[in-house]
Design a protein around this ligand. Structure first.
Ligand code: RB5
Length: 146
């Protein structure tokens, strides 16, 4: 199950992403925002990431104007590895190497076709484990030391 959320800057792209998810058989839950009214992105990031922490969802997608505010907020949450990606290569590698569990996209940075290629790459790539697991574990350790 994928948790998805956006602020006003990401609302239109979230609609496109949800359409893609629906058409391709991915299960998802929409955590808002549900219109283009101004909303504080950390509120939505917290809801999406809490759903992952509670194991209600295993991955998340957060869309704002730049992807950056959402990623900063998401990475404050324990167990979250949020990656801002604006092309498919980093979207693939962040799954394979960082075991990214939240994809952040800036709807004002890229067009919807590139954004869809980012989503596809991120959804289909698998974590490789091995030496990358050790590095992810080191990040988890840093988080636990805070
Ligand atoms: C909202 O105007 C904008 O700040 C937000 O969408 C995002 O880009 C923040 O990082």
């Amino acid at each position: 199950m994928i948790a998805i959320g956006c602020d006003q800057g990401g609302f239109a792209l979230k609609q496109i992403y949800m359409e893609y998810l629906k058409e391709n058989g991915y299960e998802f839950e929409d955590f808002g925002s549900y219109d283009e009214k101004s909303i504080d992105y950390p509120v939505i990031a917290k809801k999406v990431c809490a759903a992952i922490q509670q194991k209600q969802c295993d991955k998340g997608i957060l869309i704002c104007g730049t992807g950056i505010g959402m990623s900063i907020a998401a990475n404050k949450m324990k167990g979250i590895r949020a990656s801002v990606c604006h092309e498919a290569f980093t979207a693939e590698i962040t799954r394979r190497h960082n075991d990214s569990n939240v994809l952040c996209v800036g709807a004002r940075v890229i067009g919807s076709e590139v954004a869809l290629s980012v989503l596809k790459a991120w959804l289909t790539a698998e974590f490789e484990g091995g030496r990358h697991q050790r590095r992810v574990d080191l990040m988890t350790q840093m988080e636990n030391e805070q």
